[in-house]
Design a protein around this ligand. Structure first.
Ligand SMILES: Nc1ncnc2c1ncn2[C@@H]1O[C@H](COP(=O)(O)OP(=O)(O)O)[C@@H](O)[C@H]1O
Ligand SMILES: Nc1ccn([C@@H]2O[C@H](COP(=O)(O)O)[C@@H](O)[C@H]2O)c(=O)n1
Length: 556
């Protein structure tokens, strides 16, 4: 699917795609530069993850990240058109993986009262390299390039200062860095895969700056000119222009459509080469290529299956019954999710605690010894497990990941991500325990991706407890074990079979096939009237766990 890049503004979430919604971008013709006929996205802002068709796997079969993000550095004078070039590149890329435009402005140093006073009098030099916190800039970029999250500062031009809050960024496959001094610092330069300098006429830059600073940055014309003559122009000559020698490409500050097209073609080719390589890697493993000789619970010491008591078997009998009443199904998934959460709690660390009882004696018991604990639900089928977790840990914060398989390749795609604060902040993530919730582990592809996301954020493997109703013993759980031996899995039952099947498109949702429940249920085992060829041509591949339980979503 081709969706134009579009900015997401949600504070606490990174939305990679809204699959069912048409693109909302408003576009405007570029009247200032008729040479650049591409339309720019009005909503495109800096320092936000841009919308895409979803993020395909960025790791190999061992769970190791295969590629860093592709980083483009764009330098040039103030108002030369750096941001414009960055946006045009995003636009020209068309259907792209996730992209972020990271601005140098975010990394202006935090100012004290003295500096602020000077800034408001236009007597603070914002164009000198010392005004930028280069080590922080390079550290944030290095994190993003390596696929880790970063919380970058937010800068206000009106206040001349950093705001207290930060912006959480994660998951960009392409990062475009822009700033007057983007090519100045050697540590930054080392991180770029492509370096661009936007060369623009000084008069044009000044004219653009006056107009922009008056309308967008709350400045007066006199103030702008004073600042320009005192700092901006000298700094351009001394620090900015000289960095053009590091650039791989010099792009004109106007009439730059051709240059942008050439850059976009280059980047597209690089990204395509990478995804081909990745697919070849991942194609080497599939659920059917696994060594099934050894029983899974013997080869997976971290897999805990609930004791198969008559009570538990009774619950499963209801959940496995295709004629189960909806109300019973909900009630018993709820009970099962509570059992599973109780079991999972046993794997958290506890420390001794001494209390005095009502009759005055001393009791040495236990208390939880964790700094942070949270849940992350793999949407949508992890939802039923949330209730059990909330019952066991009051007020637990539960985030979500939306992972769906791409129809044409069957590859999982990360579409949406909303993680609790303790995971978004790296220093907290390292001390957090996470209950990862999904209804079943079939091929393990969604679990694999979700675990990778948590590891990218710095959650240690040993602190991840995957809680699920059923695990396909013949499925991808073995791949999980090989890639992430430290992750613990707690499940209600091991089901022996994992079978390939074909699910039809959402014909019912489209209103074309009302009442045809057989076709709808292919993914969960109900027979279909379609032949395999028909289903293949109209539907998408799914993996069915057998004997399985009721409607817990299709398995990935
Ligand atoms: N190629 C271009 N054609 C027409 N206008 C442009 C072009 N590049 C930039 N501008 C305009 O100049 C102003 C400053 O551009 P911007 O990209 O924000 O500069 P920078 O990021 O280098 O400070 C904006 O109003 C933008 O629309
Ligand atoms: N408080 C500030 C901070 C920076 N500036 C000016 O911004 C220019 C860089 O931003 P561009 O988008 O133009 O690249 C730089 O020249 C600073 O003078 C400012 O005016 N106030």
């Amino acid at each position: 699917m081709s969706v134009p890049a579009e900015v997401q503004e949600e504070k606490d979430q990174v939305k990679l795609l809204e699959p069912s919604r048409p693109p909302m971008s408003r576009t405007v013709s570029n009247t200032l530069n008729p040479g650049c006929r591409s339309e720019i996205l009005l909503q495109a802002k800096k320092n936000t993850v841009l919308k895409s068709h979803g993020r395909p796997p960025w790791y190999d079969e061992d769970g190791k990240a295969i590629h860093d993000a592709f980083v483009i550095g764009i330098a040039g004078g103030s108002a030369s058109g750096k941001t414009h070039v960055a946006r045009c590149i995003v636009q020209a890329l068309g259907s792209i993986p996730t992209v972020v435009i990271l601005s140098q402005d975010s990394f202006y140093k935090k100012h004290g009262p003295e500096d602020l006073k000077l800034a408001f009098q236009n007597r603070y030099d914002f164009d000198h390299p010392d005004a930028i916190d280069m080590p922080l800039f390079a550290a944030c970029l290095a994190d993003l390039k390596a696929g880790r999250q970063s919380n970058i500062p937010i800068y206000s031009f009106k206040d001349h200062n950093r705001l207290d809050e930060t912006k959480y960024l994660y998951g960009a496959a392409i990062i475009i860095v822009e700033g007057i001094l983007a090519l100045h610092d050697p540590d930054l330069r080392d991180l770029y895969d492509l370096k661009i300098f936007v060369q623009c006429d000084s008069d044009l830059m000044l004219a653009r700056r006056i107009r922009r600073d008056v309308t967008e940055r709350g400045r007066s014309v006199d103030g702008i000119l004073e600042q320009y003559l005192r700092y901006v122009k000298p700094a351009y000559d001394n620090f900015v222009q000289p960095t053009s020698r590091y650039a791989n490409i010099i792009v004109p500050g106007s009439d730059n459509t051709v240059a942008i097209e050439l850059i976009a073609t280059h980047v597209r080719r690089k990204i395509e080469d990478r995804s081909r390589y990745l697919r070849q890697h991942l194609a080497r493993i599939g659920p059917m290529d696994l060594d099934l000789k050894e029983p899974v619970n013997r080869c997976f010491p971290n897999l805990t299956v609930l004791r198969q008591t008559p009570q538990l078997l009774g619950i499963f009998t209801i959940l496995r019954d295709r004629n189960a009443r909806r109300a019973d199904f909900i009630f018993f998934t709820d009970r099962l999710s509570t059992f599973l959460s109780e079991k999972a709690m046993e794997f958290l660390p506890y420390k001794p605690k001494r209390v005095t009882t009502p009759v005055g004696s001393t009791y040495v018991g236990k208390q939880l010894a964790v700094d942070h604990v949270c849940g992350v639900s793999i949407l949508r089928s992890g939802g039923p497990l949330e209730r059990g977790l909330r019952r066991v840990i009051q007020d637990i914060s539960i985030g979500s990941l939306l992972i769906q398989s791409e129809d044409s390749t069957g590859e999982p795609l990360l579409l949406h991500l909303m993680l609790p604060t303790c995971i978004r902040q790296r220093h907290l993530a390292a001390r957090s325990f996470v209950f990862l919730l999904d209804a079943q582990i079939g091929t393990g592809a969604a679990a694999f991706m979700a675990i990778r996301v948590l590891l990218d954020h710095g959650v240690p493997q040993e602190n991840i407890i995957f809680v699920t109703f059923i695990v396909a013993a013949a499925g991808g759980v073995r791949v999980l074990r090989r890639a992430y031996p430290g992750v613990r899995i707690v499940c209600g039952a091991l089901d022996p079979v994992l079978r390939e099947s074909w699910a039809l498109w959402d014909t019912v949702a489209l209103g074309q096939d009302q009442g045809d429940s057989e076709k709808r249920d292919v993914g969960t085992g109900t027979p279909t009237a379609k032949t395999r060829e028909e289903a293949e041509s109209e539907g998408r591949k799914v993996w069915v766990v057998e004997p399985g339980i009721g409607h817990i979503g299709e398995c990935l």
